[in-house]
Design a binder for this molecule. Structure first.
Ligand code: GAL
Length: 648
């Protein structure tokens, strides 16, 4: 063969073999953005194909990428590799679209339980890092974006040019899958038929103000109820099962209630503190915001009241039905009285309806010119508004802090606090300025019964755990009549608008949420649709021993006494000399564990000595006497809630 011919033939052979050669290298590529990215869970916004989370071209430190997935911390994508995956690669970094130089994330890749890539903390402006990971033999690929240790704000994160390389011998197609669903399991034993009276040990009432108190009692109906030692001016009305009237007998009066049915009887005494602050124990009720947002209307409020009564929640102590933002209409031109809008045709009739069920009625306003939803605020009209609320029959006012430019919170809330105090009704005053200028330091002084300590909660582990576990420094400010408020509950069906969905908290996270809020002596405001309570949710909010921890008359907020390898132990001293102890798994884990975590709690670490009697509060079940310590198993992101009583 001639030299030239040989070269030509060789080139032809190389070209003919080339596809074979590439095939043999297994270069079948699956692009991340072609998988079902709606399966990604993330802390904010929605995952985007070939764009950043805000919908801009993916850009990391001025380098543009045509393809990839834009997400937001904390984010988790799980991919079933279906066998035959060889490797994963991507360029990762924070997107340039964040204007402020804030936020940080880290990207982690796991092949099954093995971490195969960790970007370490990355900030805006960092050049994209190449993530390369061997996937040989792996069944699942996990792509994780953490919050980088400083919360999720501004954490726009990109997986740019992200591909899974498959073995060409396999024709498997990787598939993005749902996050593992954990079973909803019920711990509370439920009602036993015999009566249990659920009044708190202490109730506050205004001197000479209208008093209405439905007596919460669980147990099979009919019940035979009697009330003893009522002060002058108050009567027990058996038809509505309520104590009613007006009293001027200032000071404490011990009232006794007895209840009987064919299964047994119960007796309970409580102190009525006439002239003391309202909400001597944290208020319990429902608020429209976390389910309906601005899609609230009169029918939804009436339905919530109906459901609170019909579901039996009322007999566990739940009592307020509160409308949040978006009920306001225009002020009367001459009197300046506030009117409700067309969705609330008659506020007085609505208040009467709620009261007729034995429940209490709350409304929302704002210290500024307009509410957060853009409705009429109370600035300059505080007295007129408070009187208007009283005229309707309002029992609770939440006062927000939007549109308050140039205003100082303490004087502003003083004006509203005084206006409320002057009404002839008992009205609980809820300060909602998200912790701005430390309301815990002046909230009680201005008449606040509760004050928000943080921004708004949402139904994610990041939000709930961050808010709940950050309350320790405020413990000293909680006291009967005045409570730190870490925001409303995000269990059940929520949605902040017309469309509702199940809370994104896992069942164990929901046990954590309720247990922690009870230990913190937090106000308990349900945020879910009460007409759609499933068994799990109902059991979460009707365990009387759990609720009794929240309602304990000492009014102490739990302290975090142990924080060890992400296990946190919170301890609340109770009036009977025992301690409520919550042992929580507070870890931000990349991959969920199947099994729980064992933890040995030593009595000396929670300031106890000697033998202790231990009760599992969720199960309402005795665990016996333990000398120096007890070992328990905590589910992932879950809790063991114990009542520990010294054995004398
Ligand atoms: C927020 C407040 C929420 C809700 C909302 C209504 O400022 O924290 O709880 O009331 O306004 O617009």
């Amino acid at each position: 063969m001639e030299k030239g011919t040989f070269l030509l033939v060789s080139i032809m052979i190389i070209f003919a073999l080339a596809p074979v050669y590439i095939k043999a290298q297994g270069e079948r590529i699956v692009r991340l953005e072609d998988l079902d990215i709606t399966k990604i869970t993330q802390g904010w916004g929605k995952p985007q194909k070939n764009l950043s989370v805000d919908g801009n071209p993916i850009t990391i430190n001025e380098k543009k990428f045509d393809r990839g997935v834009g997400t937001h911390a904390t984010s988790r994508m799980i991919i079933d590799l279906k066998g035959g995956a060889k490797s994963f690669s991507a360029y990762v970094g924070m997107d340039d679209e964040i204007k402020k130089e804030k936020g940080s994330v880290s990207f982690r890749v796991y092949a099954d339980e093995k971490k195969v890539f960790d970007s370490d903390v990355m900030k805006k402006g960092d050049t994209a890092k190449e993530a390369k990971a061997d996937l040989t033999g792996a069944n699942f690929l996990y792509l994780i974006v953490t919050a980088g240790g400083d919360g999720i704000n501004f954490d726009h994160a990109d997986w740019a040019d992200a591909v899974i390389v498959m073995d060409e011998k396999s024709d498997a197609m990787p598939e993005a899958i749902d996050q593992p669903k954990k079973e909803k399991y019920i711990l509370s034993p439920g009602e036993r038929g015999a009566p249990r009276i659920n009044c708190p040990d202490v109730i506050g009432a205004g001197e000479n103000k209208d008093f209405l108190y439905y007596i919460p009692i669980v147990g099979r109906r009919p019940l035979d109820v009697a009330v003893f030692n009522l002060p002058n001016g108050l009567i027990y009305d058996s038809e509505s099962n309520s104590i009613k009237g007006k009293t001027s007998s200032k000071g404490d009066c011990t009232i006794t209630v007895t209840a009987k049915n064919k299964f047994g009887e119960d007796k309970k005494s409580f102190d009525l503190r006439v002239g003391a602050a309202l909400s001597q124990t944290p208020p319990m009720g429902w608020n429209s915001w976390n389910c309906w947002g601005c899609a609230v209307d009169e029918n939804k409020i009436k339905a919530a009241a109906d459901a609170m009564a019909a579901s039996g929640l009322i007999n566990h102590g739940w009592s307020y039905i509160n409308i949040d933002d978006c009920w306001q209409g225009k002020r009367d031109e001459t009197t300046k009285k506030i009117n409700s809008n067309e969705k609330f045709p008659d506020m007085k009739e609505l208040a009467d309806y709620i009261h007729s069920k034995g429940l209490k009625f709350g409304v929302y306003t704002d210290s500024g010119t307009k509410t957060c939803g853009g409705y009429e605020g109370s600035k300059g009209f505080e007295k007129i508004d408070a009187l208007r609320y009283a005229e309707w029959g309002v029992d609770y006012v939440k006062c927000d802090w939007c549109n308050t430019e140039g205003m100082e919170p303490e004087p502003a809330y003083t004006i509203m606090g005084e206006a409320i105090k002057e009404c002839r009704r008992d009205i609980v005053f809820s300060i909602c300025n998200w912790g701005h200028k430390n309301p815990w330091e002046w909230g009680a002084k201005v008449g606040g019964n509760l004050w928000r300590t943080t921004g708004d909660i949402v139904d994610t582990w990041e939000s709930m755990s961050k808010i709940g576990f950050s309350q320790a420094r405020l413990a000293q400010y909680a006291q009967p009549g005045h409570w730190n408020d870490p925001d409303m509950l995000v269990i059940g069906k929520v949605g902040w608008g017309p469309n509702l969905r199940d809370s994104r908290l896992t069942p164990d996270e929901q046990y954590t949420h309720i247990s922690l809020w009870c230990l913190l002596s937090s106000p308990l405001l349900l945020g879910c649709d009460l007409t759609q309570l499933d068994n799990f949710t109902l059991n979460l909010i009707t365990n009387d021993e759990v609720l009794a921890i929240n309602q304990d008359k000492l009014g102490k907020q739990a302290q975090c006494l142990i924080n060890e390898n992400d296990i946190q132990v919170w301890v609340k001293n109770l009036a009977d000399g025992s301690k409520a102890v919550g042992i929580f798994d507070a870890a931000d884990r990349d991959i969920l564990l199947d099994d729980g975590i064992e933890f040995k709690l030593r009595w000396e670490d929670i300031k106890l000595t000697g033998k202790q009697n231990v009760r599992d509060v969720w199960k309402q079940h005795e665990l016996g006497e333990w000398r120096d310590a007890i070992t328990v198993k905590i589910p992932e992101h879950g809790v063991k809630l114990l009542k520990v009583t010294p054995v004398l």
